[in-house]
Ligand binder design. Structure first.
Ligand SMILES: Cc1cc2nc3c(=O)[nH]c(=O)nc-3n(C[C@H](O)[C@H](O)[C@H](O)COP(=O)(O)O)c2cc1C
Length: 406
């Protein structure tokens, strides 16, 4: 998605990283975007408006009550005109105000009036970023559909090191481009998503399962709905609420998941198997609770390979599988992609902390059957979901997969 001709608002707040907004502005204008800069009062203490005014070629906004302004409700007009708002860098203070709908200056008022996507690139000390109040505000904003980027890890202005650095300008631009994806590029598609773990009973109270939270699959279902698809979400037990608008099919075991998938397969144009189906189940689940403290030998039998079965049916749907690997990710993933005969494989390294199973973030490798490989940088699962869907759309349109590195 090109930024050329896009009308953007760049909000800058009182962070030591405010000077980096200058580089971001230069890049946005180089890409052809028309940018109006809005500085908070505290941002002005770090970088003066003259720099932004010169580089954007437009007056800089700070004062909501500016008597010189030609339009007293300019914040509303501007917010409605803008294709997107990007706040970079965003302070902990801005995250708190945006999460709670506080509108006590130009930027925060404008954020409430904005109708297009909002992308926020936070920068702060690592301890601030980890503070429960900040975590809660970030979660609130993300749940509302705002893209909040993960700050980078490394040396911080405080002299400490940790996660809190302003993300790379390229990462902010990529997030902005993704947020501006035409909202309905999956209109007419029927997307079948599987999510979560399965539970394989040992007896009526115990089961074999795994650490899958379902966040990736639910994120994909929500993103596909936003982009206009009809979505069926077949899910093992999770703590998540299915996205409104999806046909929701709850299942427990791999066998139940297989049945549900095969039943809903025929009309699907895209099948995304994000569920972590248990590889094995008890050969014979006990009919009543197993009693006593004694050694117990459990005989396991493999569960059906639903992904391979779906691929073998050749319904014409675009088929996406997931692979959780702990080493040699690319090689194992390529072998799995070819072995199963699917179109795209999303591989993640579950040995890394903070990504993959039961985490907010993911960092994945996309391998397609035409030989393309794309590494996505670490980002929240909601954004990984959109990036995967954009990749599917591009592959279906015949665009050669971009070869990039994390
Ligand atoms: C030198 C200095 C650097 C600061 N850097 C940051 C920062 O990187 N991130 C942050 O959240 N707050 C930072 N602050 C604190 C904010 O400036 C302060 O919370 C302010 O109220 C933010 O106002 P604003 O969000 O309206 O711009 C810094 C303050 C000072 C004095």
């Amino acid at each position: 998605m090109s930024l050329a001709g896009r009308e953007l608002i760049l909000g800058v707040t009182g962070s030591i990283a405010a000077y980096k907004a200058v580089y971001l502005l230069r890049e946005l204008t180089r890409l052809g975007a028309a940018v109006t800069v809005c500085l908070t009062e505290h941002a002005r203490a770090f970088v003066g408006p003259l720099t932004f005014r010169t580089l954007s070629g437009r007056p800089v906004l700070t004062d909501l009550f500016d008597p010189q302004s030609p339009d007293a409700v300019e914040h509303v007009a501007l917010a409605e005109r803008a294709h997107a708002v990007v706040v970079a860098p965003a302070t902990a203070n801005l995250l708190a105000k945006a999460a709670h709908g506080i509108a006590d200056d130009f930027l925060t008022t404008l954020l409430l009036a904005a109708r297009g996507p909002v992308v926020i690139a936070p920068a702060m000390d690592g301890g601030m970023w980890e503070h429960p109040a900040v975590r809660a505000n970030v979660a609130t904003l993300r749940a509302r559909g705002v893209t909040v980027l993960e700050p980078d890890a490394g040396a911080l202005a405080s002299g400490l090191s940790g996660r809190g650095r302003f993300p790379e300008v390229d990462a902010v631009i990529e997030a902005l481009e993704r947020a501006l994806v035409p909202a309905r590029d999956l209109a007419g598609d029927r997307v079948l998503v599987t999510a979560g773990p399965t539970r394989e009973p040992i007896d009526p109270v115990r089961y074999i399962s795994n650490r899958s939270s379902g966040k990736m699959g639910y994120g994909l279902a929500a993103a596909a709905l936003r982009r206009g698809a009809e979505v069926t979400l077949i899910s093992g037990p999770t703590a998540l609420t299915p996205p409104p608008g999806a046909v929701f099919v709850p299942v427990q075991t791999a066998e139940e998941m297989r049945e549900a998938v095969l039943q809903h397969l025929p009309p699907a144009t895209i099948v995304i198997k994000a569920a972590a189906v248990a590889d094995y189940r008890a050969k014979q689940a006990a009919a009543s609770k197993i009693k006593g403290k004694r050694d117990l030998t459990l005989e396991l039998t493999p569960n059906p390979d639903i992904l391979a079965e779906v691929a073998a049916r050749r319904t014409g749907a675009f088929i996406v599988g997931f692979a959780a690997e702990t080493h040699d990710v690319a090689a194992h993933a390529r072998a799995k992609l070819e072995g199963k005969g699917i179109d795209l494989l999303v591989a993640n390294d579950v040995s890394q902390r903070g990504i993959g199973f039961d985490a907010e973030d993911n960092e994945v490798l996309l391998l397609d059957r035409w030989g393309g490989t794309r590494a996505l940088p670490r980002m929240p699962k909601t954004e990984v979901a959109d990036a995967i869907l954009s990749h599917i759309v591009a592959l279906r349109a015949g665009a050669p997969a971009k070869k990039t590195h994390a």
